[in-house]
Design a binder for this molecule. Structure first.
Ligand code: EAX
Length: 325
């Protein structure tokens, strides 16, 4: 008898403690690990949406490449087997060349300008364009401005880049940028610690948070603050899945993702000064004032290249350049 009472109490408590059963679970993929920029967006989005939907919607985050690399996550989103993703803009350019416009070297002069353009009508043109390749583009969060690191030598001007083996994302544009700079660019999906450690590649380029979260200060002695490309994430949903949702649900998801993105961008920027301090303390030799003109000169011809020749891509690049000059 005593046992029976105890069990029913336990069952009642378990039922009370169990969260309301979600009516829908959204699978969301990011390639990077907890603590990364993508994961911070994903976790904020999850918290906001689960709370605002009163538990009707659950978000399950797949991180650390558990769904594959960024190109593979995007393929699954296209097919609708994964509903959402927070994905670096770079690898999108094999799906839609319009994305090369945001990754154009030295396009944005600072964070405020990137926000103004990407949150405005020009950013919207990119998000809308993605529908033709099966993505519902929701908004932009950020990786941030990308800087060059390498294990070989200090780099002050573009001449010092000559011959360095630099890992680049799966993006024709990023490859072209480093070719123009005289490096030997090698496309490779994330993560790349082992390849750097073993010397398969000499260097890579990414924002400051990556060097901290992935401990690249252990294996990359030199950093140059090139800020050559502003690297957003594009926060997307599967268009196929999106079209099955009621307008209220679409609105709730869209707002939660936008709020998550705005909060992550602020968080990322607020941490940069401390990260720079930490990286120096860990022994990285940092060139804070490189000869940016030498990098700009060598990449100035990119807009004339085949990469940008599709008329709608060229037209948007011209508008972007006008809006940022
Ligand atoms: O955060 O592959 C890359 O270099 C990306 O920047 C990746 O998201 C690392």
């Amino acid at each position: 008898m005593r046992r029976g009472v105890a069990w029913s109490t336990v069952i009642a408590l378990v039922l009370l403690a169990a969260p309301a059963m979600a009516a829908m679970t959204i699978k969301l993929g990011v390639v990077t690990k907890p603590g990364s920029a993508q994961n911070i967006v994903a976790e904020k989005f999850k918290a906001l949406l689960e709370e605002r939907s009163g538990g009707d919607v659950a978000v399950k985050i797949f991180h650390s490449a558990s769904l594959g690399n960024e190109t593979e996550i995007l393929q699954q989103i296209q097919m609708g087997t994964v509903e959402m993703g927070v994905i670096t803009a770079g690898p999108f350019d094999t799906f839609d060349p319009i994305v090369r416009v945001v990754n154009y070297p030295f396009l944005f002069k600072d964070n405020a300008q990137a926000d103004a353009v990407l949150d405005g009508p020009l950013g919207q043109e990119i998000l809308s364009s993605l529908e033709s390749s099966g993505f519902k583009g929701l908004c932009f969060s950020e990786n941030g401005f990308r800087n060059l690191t390498n294990s070989r030598r200090p780099v002050r001007s573009s001449a010092d880049v000559a011959g360095l083996k630099i890992r680049v994302m799966a993006s024709a544009l990023h490859k072209a940028v480093w070719q123009a700079l005289g490096a030997n660019p090698t496309p490779m999906p994330w993560p790349i610690y082992t390849e750097l450690e073993q010397g398969v590649i000499d260097g890579q380029e990414n924002p400051l948070w990556v060097l901290e979260v992935y401990k690249f200060y252990e294996i990359q002695k030199y950093m140059t603050m090139t800020r050559h490309v502003y690297s957003p994430h594009i926060d997307v949903a599967s268009l196929k899945w999106w079209q099955t949702l009621a307008p209220e649900m679409q609105g709730m998801i869209e707002t939660a993702m936008r709020d998550a993105a705005v909060s992550q961008r602020a968080d990322n920027r607020a941490k940069d000064a401390e990260r720079l301090r930490l990286l120096k303390e860990k022994g990285m030799q940092v060139e804070e004032k490189p000869d940016i003109a030498s990098f700009r000169d060598k990449t100035a011809g990119l807009k004339e290249m085949e990469l940008y020749q599709e008329p709608r891509v060229q037209a948007l690049l011209a508008k972007m350049l006008a809006a940022t000059r």
